[in-house]
Structure formats: C-alpha cells, structure tokens
Design a protein around this ligand. Structure first.
Ligand code: FPP
Length: 247
C-alpha cells in the first residue's frame, strides 16, 4: 500500500548498511551485537519499503572485501544471514516479497548457497517488493564477470565487438532486469560507494545520513525518502521533476 505522506517514492532504493560495529563499540558491546541489531533494522527496512510502495530494495549484506575481516566476524555474519533466511523466508514469502541475490555465487562455503537459492526459488513468482540481497558482492567483480562473459561471446562468434552496448553490458550484470537505483543511501556518515553498484549508480541520487545502521528505524527511512523527494533529477538533461513510481 502506498503511503500518502511520502511523495515521489523511488522505485529502487539501495542501502549500504554501515555502522554496526560503531553502534556496538559505543555501548561497550562486541561487534557481533551490532550486526544482530542490524538484522532487526533489516526487517524494519523491508516492512517500511513495502508499506510506502518502493518496488526494489537492495541491501549490501556482505561485500567481496568483507572476507578480510577476522574469521570470527565473518562466521558471525554468515550465521546471521543464514538465520535470517531460515527464520524469515516463510514470512517474506507470505508478504509476497521476491528475493534476488546478487554477487559472486561461485566458491561459497557450506550451506549458504543452497539457502540463497532456496530463497530465490521459493519467492520467484511473488509480485510484491523485490528484496535484492548483495552477498559476496563487489561491483568491479560483477563488471569483470560480465565482461568475461561478453568476451567469450565475441571469441565464439555470437557477438561482434561493436555489438557490445551499454544495454548488453547491463543485461550481463547480476542486476539484469532490475532498474537502476533511484536512491543509494549509506548510513553512519561515511560518504563513499565502497564498490557498490558502480555501473548502476550512474544517475542515482546519493544520500549519506549520520545514523548508524542498527538505529535505522521507520522514521529515519521516511526522513531519507522525504530528502530524496526534494531532489531534482536531470539525467544529464535539463530540469525535470523527480521521477515518481511507475514513470
Ligand atoms: C557494516 O557495519 C555492516 C556490515 C558489514 C554487514 C551488514 C549486515 C547485516 C546488517 C546483517 C545481515 C544482513 C541481512 C540482509 C540479514 P560495520 O561492521 O562495517 O560497522 P563499522 O563501520 O561501524 O565497523
């Protein structure tokens, strides 16, 4: 259901969920508690996004660079993602949420890949909000894999080099079929993209907010959407109003 209080609802919001560690440190808690609280913020963000009529919500859950964190933290993040899918999949399915996973799915350890595939398969035909989970995701890696696939097509004669267009490149990215994000939001005050959706961000509005991810409540999300609604998007052209859902 759309929320009449929010105008110009973006079709696609992508979020860099940053600040779990700082949230925990500031309370004298282990970092893992920040990630745990972060999962609650994920649930609330999905609910709020569905409520206001956002069609795609992408969450940066684990980057291809996050493997360099201490083993205990990596295991904890894996455990939380697995627990999220195990506990929340049925509920998300009931809410008509469709799940997509972007990122490199090769060489994932243990039982994580079957769970991610189950989440995508179970919800494949749902028509509500699409929750895109970026897992083992890095934008340069995604673009490199797309280029490698195109290079094979050229080498095997299925494409000529000049048939490589921006549209064909986009269709080989993990996000194929998903519109580019209208809004990329990062919590915790850091102002960078950190290898997230670099191709797709060409015309995205960027919003950096000070709240740490575990504090990302419905109110904080609605405030961010209000800030977005005041932006003017020009897509390289001249003035035009911020695009509304479905336009
Ligand atoms: C950044 O905080 C956050 C992450 C690296 C992971 C985000 C993961 C979750 C919220 C939980 C699992 C996700 C889902 C979709 C269920 P940080 O640790 O870099 O914080 P810091 O910069 O304050 O240290």
């Amino acid at each position: 259901m759309s929320n009449p209080l929010i105008r110009n609802v973006p079709t696609h919001v992508a979020i860099i969920m940053d600040g779990n560690g700082r949230w925990a440190n500031s309370r004298g808690l282990p970092r893992t508690m920040g990630h745990r609280k972060g999962v609650e913020a994920v649930r609330e963000a999905v609910r709020t996004a569905g409520e206001v009529g956002i069609r795609y919500l992408t969450l940066f859950a684990f980057s291809s660079e996050n493997w360099s964190r201490p083993e205990a933290e990596v295991s904890d993040l894996m455990g939380l993602l697995k627990a999220f899918v195990r506990r929340d999949l049925a509920d998300l399915h009931r809410q008509n949420v469709r799940i997509r996973v972007i990122g490199d799915k090769t060489n994932l350890r243990g039982d994580i890949l079957p769970l991610l595939i189950e989440a995508e398969d179970t919800t494949r035909n749902n028509s509500g909000i699409t929750l895109v989970i970026a897992f083992n995701y890095g934008s340069r890696d995604e673009i490199t894999r797309a280029m490698q696939a195109l290079a094979v097509d050229v080498a095997q004669g299925r494409l000529t080099a000049d048939q490589i267009t921006p549209e064909r490149i986009a269709s080989r990215l993990d996000t194929a079929g998903i519109p580019d994000p209208d809004l990329i939001l990062r919590t915790s005050g850091e102002e960078r993209l950190s290898n997230f959706l670099l191709w797709q961000a060409a015309y995205s509005e960027l919003l950096f907010i000070p709240e740490l991810w575990p504090d990302f409540s419905r109110e904080v999300f609605l405030d961010a959407l209000k800030a977005y609604a005041g932006r003017e998007r020009r897509f390289g052209g001249l003035s035009q109003p911020t695009l509304a859902v479905g336009s």
